[in-house]
Write a protein that binds this ligand. Structure first.
Ligand SMILES: NC(=O)N[C@@H](CC(=O)O)C(=O)O
Ligand SMILES: [Zn+2]
Ligand SMILES: [Zn+2]
Length: 425
């Protein structure tokens, strides 16, 4: 195993120090460390963060390897500063059996770029009719703890209740894509002034808020853990705030794009801006940002949703919803939150690692801790070129935007996955 000596680096914004990575762990910290065998990295001006952890990634394998594979998505994640990602279940076949989650888990290990933690489907085939084999997925080698029908809402309240009851036995989590399907039939974008102007069918905020309100009540009734995916409205924030104040075991995520982009983008009719839930208003963005700072929203999760060219470069109405996120998330967080390193570490690493129960992740670099970390250059600015992304897909909404921050290096258990801003393998 190789060792690395990172000199003069700021750990989560603190005064510069040296970090020695050896045998997969942070062997030592402090000024003036030396190790004749170590590769030296000049960390001057860089910030070391615990490796980022994504609770919401679509890797598309099995089934749509043309859009992303476990390996290409893992590489995109490492380049974004991630050391662990949770892979959503809406693959083909759906990750609703022990066999499929073990396959994804194994592919993640083989790629070896980030820890890939599969999420299992809640219902067979994401059809919302009968519970998937949650216990078998939990007991499998993939040790699934989070279940989600993401892409679809578990709309049937009785099924949602049973799922919450089932996972309680092993302290599992149901992660809900909150969308009341009857309120979003034919929806193309956020329902509001812009949708009226464009004449597109709207996805009202209440379609999200009604499900979150129902689900926090169900989670409270059952005493189980609920996680709300991609919260996008000011009203959802208020529902979550009240539930948390009552002690409901609920956590929530917001995506980078919902923190930055508004529904005005739809006026371009460029399907790169089509996503579920849809981009909302400036008022929603302000509420989401405040909730993230306050902790009403616990984490930033990417909802990295790669789509093949033919599924995106078509008419708005026919385009698949979803956008890339892994390679730009830290930059968006930096843009939105500023260099609030402790807050960024909390919302993008420590808390998501704790929610997913990922041992060895989400820990600040300190002696004895597994060396899962990333080095950020906060002073760098970069212009996003879709063709340069490691993802197999090109559907970034930030094309040709100049964003702050650059990932210089990422380490997974002491081995670099990214060096000098480039993937190592
Ligand atoms: N976010 C999206 O618009 N799309 C996601 C599914 C989802 O997260 O709901 C996808 O799988 O493409
Ligand atoms: Zn979703
Ligand atoms: Zn998703």
């Amino acid at each position: 195993m190789s060792s690395y000596l990172i000199r003069n680096v700021s750990v989560v914004g603190a005064a510069p120090t040296d970090l020695l990575l050896r045998d997969g762990v942070v062997a030592d910290t402090g000024a003036g460390l030396s190790d004749p065998d170590a590769t030296v990295i000049d960390g001057t001006g860089l910030v070391a963060l615990p490796g980022l952890v994504d609770l919401h990634t679509h890797l598309r394998e099995p089934g749509r390897e043309d859009a992303e594979t476990v390996e290409s998505g893992s590489r995109a994640a490492a380049l974004g500063g991630y050391t662990a990602v949770c892979a959503m279940a809406n693959t083909s076949p759906v990750a609703d059996t022990a066999g499929v989650v073990e396959q994804v888990w194994r592919l993640g290990r083989e790629a070896g770029l980030v820890d890939v933690q599969p999420i299992g489907a809640v219902t067979v085939g994401l059809a919302g009719e009968q519970l998937a084999e949650l216990g078998a997925m939990a007991d499998s080698a993939a040790r699934v703890r989070i279940f989600s029908d993401d892409g679809h809402c578990v709309a049937d309240p009785k099924l949602m209740r049973r799922a919450l009851e089932y996972v309680k036995a092993f302290d599992g989590i149901i992660a809900q894509h909150a969308e009341e399907p009857r309120l979003t039939e034919g929806a193309q974008m956020h329902e509001g002034e812009v949708s009226t102007r464009l004449g597109l069918t709207g996805w009202p905020a209440v379609a999200e808020e009604a499900i979150i309100a129902r689900d926090v009540l169900l989670a409270e009734h059952v005493g189980s853990r609920l996680h709300v995916c991609h919260v996008s409205t000011a009203g959802s924030v208020e529902v979550l705030r009240q539930a948390k104040a009552r002690g409901v075991r609920v956590t929530a995520e917001v995506t980078p794009h919902h923190l930055l982009l508004t529904d005005e983008r739809a006026a371009s009719y460029d399907p790169v801006f089509k996503v579920n839930p849809p981009l909302r208003t400036a008022t929603d963005i302000a509420a989401l940002r405040a909730a993230l700072v306050e902790g009403v929203i616990d984490v930033v999760a990417t909802d990295h949703a790669p789509h093949a060219v033919e599924d995106k470069e078509c008419e708005w109405a026919y385009a698949r919803p979803g956008m890339l996120g892994l390679e730009t998330a830290l930059s968006i967080a930096l843009d939105v939150l500023g260099p609030e390193w402790d807050l960024i570490a909390e919302r993008m690493s420590r808390t998501p690692a704790r929610i997913a129960g990922l041992e060895g992740h989400g820990l600040d670099p300190a002696p004895g801790v597994p060396a899962n970390l990333t080095l950020v250059d906060p002073a760098a600015r970069r212009t996003i070129e879709p063709a340069e992304l490691a993802s197999r897909s090109r559907n970034t909404p930030y094309a040709r935007m100049t964003l702050p921050g650059r990932i210089v290096a990422t380490f997974l258990r002491g081995e670099p996955t990214v060096l000098d801003g480039k993937a190592v393998k």
